[in-house]
Design a protein around this ligand. Structure first.
Ligand code: GAR
Length: 207
């Protein structure tokens, strides 16, 4: 492949989705290259996992706010992603909401994974919201990121049954396992140019 599809991955936590994506690329299932990994948390597992694989990984201090990036941080994230020349930005447990300038810099080129079947249970601890509500089926969603929270056009979803004996931990674990299948599949489809956004719908056409 002459021009590999370049992805930048942003995460704040353990990085198990990063590992699933990196493993799927290594196994030849996703035609892409991870150009850079960025985190707003200096000790995040995702940075350590990236460095173990010799992938460029950088901590960028997020600034004074709790749920969004400060102006300087936003500029630093955008600049690092531009220098890395990424085609797609993959949010993998990045726990800050992206705002105007960031979104405009990469319009329709940012995707996120969320641990519920959106539009049900946006926000935090979606597996707890699902258990508390008593739904029988939950799952995970990959979607394009827009100005809303967990709100952009849906690329893919995978269901996970809620079992009678589920605890918070057991349900969360099965949703994570579903994420590790779904995210690489969605990234592969985008990298192959098989998806297009039509209004709120994302259409998949095999090439
Ligand atoms: C994942 O479950 C992902 O769905 C969630 O963070 C976790 C990161 O896990 N993201 C969100 O809740 C975003 N709204 P990981 O660091 O092990 O990949």
């Amino acid at each position: 492949m002459s021009n590999p599809f370049r992805i930048g991955i942003l995460g704040s936590g353990k990085g198990s989705n990063f590992v699933a994506i990196a493993d799927a690329i290594a196994a030849g299932k996703v035609p892409a290259q991870i150009a850079i990994v960025l985190s707003d948390v200096e000790t995040a597992g995702i940075l350590a996992h990236a460095r173990e694989r010799n992938i460029a990984a950088q901590y960028i201090p997020p600034g004074p706010f709790r749920t969004k990036l400060g102006e300087e941080a936003e500029r630093a994230f955008v600049s690092a992603l531009r220098v890395a020349d990424v085609d797609l930005i993959v949010l993998a447990g990045f726990m800050r909401v992206l705002k105007g300038d960031f979104l405009r810099a990469f319009e329709n080129r940012i995707i996120n994974i969320h641990p519920s079947l959106l539009p049900s249970f946006p926000g935090l601890e979606s597996w707890k919201q699902a258990l508390d509500h008593g739904v029988k089926v939950t799952g995970c969603t990959v979607h394009f990121v827009d100005a809303g929270v967990d709100a952009g056009p849906i690329i893919g979803q995978q269901t996970v049954p809620v079992l009678d004996n589920d605890t918070l931990e057991s349900l969360h674990q099965r949703i994570h396992a579903a994420e590790h299948q779904l995210y690489p599949e969605c990234i592969a489809a985008i990298a192959r140019g098989e998806t297009s956004i039509i209004g709120r719908r994302v259409i998949w056409r095999k090439k």
